[in-house]
Design a protein around this ligand. Sequence first.
Ligand SMILES: Nc1nc2c(c(=O)[nH]1)N[C@H]1C(S)=C(S)[C@@H](COP(=O)(O)OP(=O)(O)OC[C@H]3O[C@@H](n4cnc5c(=O)[nH]c(N)nc54)[C@H](O)[C@@H]3O)O[C@H]1N2
Ligand SMILES: Nc1nc2c(c(=O)[nH]1)N[C@H]1C(S)=C(S)[C@@H](COP(=O)(O)OP(=O)(O)OC[C@H]3O[C@@H](n4cnc5c(=O)[nH]c(N)nc54)[C@H](O)[C@@H]3O)O[C@H]1N2
Ligand code: SF4
Ligand SMILES: [Mo]
Length: 729
Amino acid sequence: MIRPQREGPLTRELVRQPGGFGLGQVPSRLKPDETVSMVCGFCSTGCSLDVHLRNGVPVNLTPTRGYPVNLGMACPKGWESLRPLAADDRATTPLWRDARGRLQPVSWPTAINVFVEKMRSVLDTHGPESAAFLSTGQIPTEEMALLGALTKFGMGMLHGDGNTRQCMATSVVAYKQAFGFDAPPYSYADFESSDVIVLWGSNLCIAHPIMWERVCMNPHRPEIIVVDPRTTETAVAATQHYGLQPKSDLVLLYGLARLLIERGAVDRGFVEGHTSGFDEFVAHVGAYDLDMVSDATGLTHEQLERFASTIATGQRVSFWWTMGVNQSHQAVRTAQAIINLALMTGNIGRPGTGANSITGQCNAMGSRLFSNTTNLMGGHDFADPIHRAKVADVLDIDEERIPPRPSDAYDQILDHILEGRIKALWIIATNSAHSWINQHHVREALSRLELLVVQDMYATTETAQLAHLVLPAAGWGEKEGTFINSERRIGTVKRVAKAPGHALSDFAIFRLIAEAWGCGEMFKRWSTPEDVFTILQELSSGQPCDISGIDGYRALDAQGGIQWPVPAGTAVIDTERRLFEDGRFFHPDGRARFVFDQPRPPLERPGGQYPLVLLTGRASSAQWHTGTRTGKSALLRSLSPTKPYVEISPGDATKRDIEPNDRVVVRSARGSMRARAFVTANVAEGQVFIPMHFEETNRLSDSSFDPHSRQPSYKYCAVEVSKPEPADR
Ligand SMILES: Nc1nc2c(c(=O)[nH]1)N[C@H]1C(S)=C(S)[C@@H](COP(=O)(O)OP(=O)(O)OC[C@H]3O[C@@H](n4cnc5c(=O)[nH]c(N)nc54)[C@H](O)[C@@H]3O)O[C@H]1N2
Ligand SMILES: Nc1nc2c(c(=O)[nH]1)N[C@H]1C(S)=C(S)[C@@H](COP(=O)(O)OP(=O)(O)OC[C@H]3O[C@@H](n4cnc5c(=O)[nH]c(N)nc54)[C@H](O)[C@@H]3O)O[C@H]1N2
Ligand code: SF4
Ligand SMILES: [Mo]
């Protein structure tokens, strides 16, 4: 039996008020019949939603009219945002796995006590590398920052990463090396002012439907080019679709660069004035002639010529990329090859241009800047003594508390667990046992832990079901803070509903743990999310992501969100801003760099037993990742298939005697899953597609990573599809 030992004032307050008022959570300042605007908690578009209260309870919501992002629109997930809060399987009390292996309700003081006792025992016995955390791009920045500071500076952990590794790590590294800082340069207004829009590995219609609406508002009759091996919803709506061979993007990009050079489409003035490494790049792409590029990509000479000439003749060309680029074995160099096209043609820093990485989760950008995982909070560098001194000074902590190196990456954390070096893991707001690549690997790792803590809105997620300790968390709408969207816009989220049962905001949970750990003093300034926002402003000062000039949450609400940077003293803050209008980048010499490399083949090639390439990704605008939230809405469920299926081309189906809707088995060298055959010409012969929303999908995927970003290559592995054999039935 574990008894509460450390009961500080916060814990005592919690015992008095189980709902958690006062625990760093600003008590609701709302009027009972108010309408409250706040940023959506699903994707990185960052739409604003108006939540309507009646008698203090949210009854409905509508998209905010005049908000500069969504202009009165929302996608199905946004409209249904309140539904997941009321689900039956919300985690309402902490759960601890008893001696018989069952998760049993325990009180908060007991849960916190177990957490501190076990975590401390692991760290004391085995050192700072023996416990780690995995966090998320889906909680407010203030919560992420508190978690990152608590674990690394308070508890003395060295390693912590997040699901943004699965998603944005590639863009972070690509931008840092090319621009000198992780800085997506655009504003959504650029969707409306381009005359050529290139969507690379991005299914905007499904994954960012409101950004697609912005594309549709473009009055310049733009050429819309989609580069995707599949004929996606976005490809169908485009004016040009290039259905290249999967993972041949890098060769295609170098081939396009060569064609543009040959046509004299280089903006010499821009290249000479603002970049470095162009001559070397020209020499590098010389080898990528039409025959070679056509062989590698499967595109004809005519297609390649047309693609290049559309870019060459465009006045305002914008390049946008998402997971078709970031989730690859050579993702960083591919993203940089896109950046190179924008730089060499001078398509950056002007309206309607840019090398623009579209973010995934609602607050992935907050995580990139402030989670204290890969970067020291505020876009700083753990290895830089000046940065460590600055952060220590702002936070008023001993510099020795800041580790001199960044955390290991997600996959390395899992490897360390398998090697027995990491013994305790704290997972917050991510569902690794569904979403991580190669499920055998992650499930094996999680089963070896002495302590697995899962902090989630639901106790029913695949990952929570494996936990020793489940901490029940409030969700979007039940707490306060800020999110940063794809175009660097900071907006607020608010508490319009009370979390069910004893669930607490992540912020309150982190504060309780800080107090019980004995480092509450370190966080005395961190008592409300808005207090933390002020600290983050101070930390950001002087950085490219400087937000010290924002006058608190009130200013964010008054202005329809504010894009970073906003240095102190900024007199007028424009609603839409893009970076690099002065041609100055963040490297010390002010120049952007051409970065390039030799293309490499993927780790696993189709052939023999597994002749097909498996692509994975999003399937509908109504489904969010592992479905823990969207699966709770009957409306959203009715808008998307709920049973596993595999998209297969008519030719491949015929070869295998597979009819539409047949039951099939999909196998890879890792494992297998059952599915229905969806026979469609939208996938090319030799390729199949399975949505990531099914738990089984990552049983097939292969542990392959980009070497620079360590982002998983989710969109390429070898499989076979067949009718079930007697043994499968
Ligand atoms: N409805 C909905 N919206 C979402 C999400 C969701 O779960 N549901 N998730 C959000 C998140 S976190 C993210 S990261 C984004 C992801 O947004 P997207 O990246 O747009 O979505 P995906 O479907 O993962 O991948 C995009 C495309 O990459 C293509 N692709 C695969 N391999 C290659 C290749 O080798 N080359 C090229 N050029 N393309 C390739 C796939 O066919 C797919 O159509 O969506 C966000 N929005
Ligand atoms: N095969 C394949 N796999 C993929 C991808 C792919 O394209 N193909 N895409 C990858 C990408 S880009 C991403 S981003 C990941 C996403 O992978 P995950 O992060 O694992 O997916 P989610 O379902 O969004 O999980 C978020 C979890 O947080 C919980 N949650 C929500 N809000 C809160 C909160 O406020 N507090 C707490 N404590 N919990 C909360 C939810 O209930 C849910 O369990 O998947 C990756 N996996
Ligand atoms: S597009 Fe994204 S941010 Fe907008 S309503 Fe839909 S899920 Fe929310
Ligand atoms: Mo993502």
